[in-house]
Write a protein that binds this ligand. Structure first.
Ligand code: FE
Ligand code: FE
Ligand code: MG
Length: 166
């Protein structure tokens, strides 16, 4: 990265890279959780759920890309081995053993809520110290907030459908 660009980061750059790599690990796991969930999903409104899961999968992959770019700018490197994703992750991975749309939605809502907390923390850490990373994290956080809302909306629709069928 440019020397001046790095100089303006007013915190331990190694520590910042570590935090960004933890979020990077989360994004890969979120990507795969959505991707494989979309493959195995079963139940009512399956196609609507699959469309949403696939859309979110591609957005999580986009987040991983943005984080990798910033990590490299900061002179670090993104985690190079998939086995590091689980050990470094904040939010972990929930495998879709139960492929019902209800359970998939629940698992992914939990994941989004964890992501929102992680990015909220990253925002407060970078607020004064690194406006570039702050701006990036803010963009990602806005997506995660939208993801949670999208999934909860589908989940509510499913609940209403079941009630009516009673
Ligand atoms: Fe994400
Ligand atoms: Fe998300
Ligand atoms: Mg969406």
């Amino acid at each position: 990265m440019g020397t001046k660009g790095r100089e303006i980061v007013n915190m331990d750059v190694g520590k910042l890279v570590e935090l960004l790599n933890k979020a990077f690990a989360d994004e890969w796991l979120a990507y795969y959780q959505y991707w494989v969930g979309a493959e195995v999903a079963q139940g009512p409104m399956r196609q609507a759920v699959v469309d949403e899961l696939e859309e979110h999968a591609s957005e999580e992959l986009g987040h991983a890309g943005k984080l990798a770019e910033r990590i490299i700018q900061l002179g670090g490197h993104p985690l190079l081995k998939p086995e590091d994703w689980l050990t470094k992750s904040n939010c972990g991975y929930e495998s879709p053993e139960d492929p019902s749309v209800e359970r998939l939605l629940e698992q992914n809502i939990e994941g989004e809520q964890c992501a929102i907390e992680v990015y909220q923390q990253l925002l407060s850490i970078t607020k004064e110290a690194d406006p570039i990373t702050y701006h990036l994290v803010l963009e990602i956080l806005a997506d995660e907030v939208e993801h949670e809302e999208d999934l909860q909306a589908i989940s509510e629709d499913l609940g209403l459908m079941k009630e009516r069928k009673g």
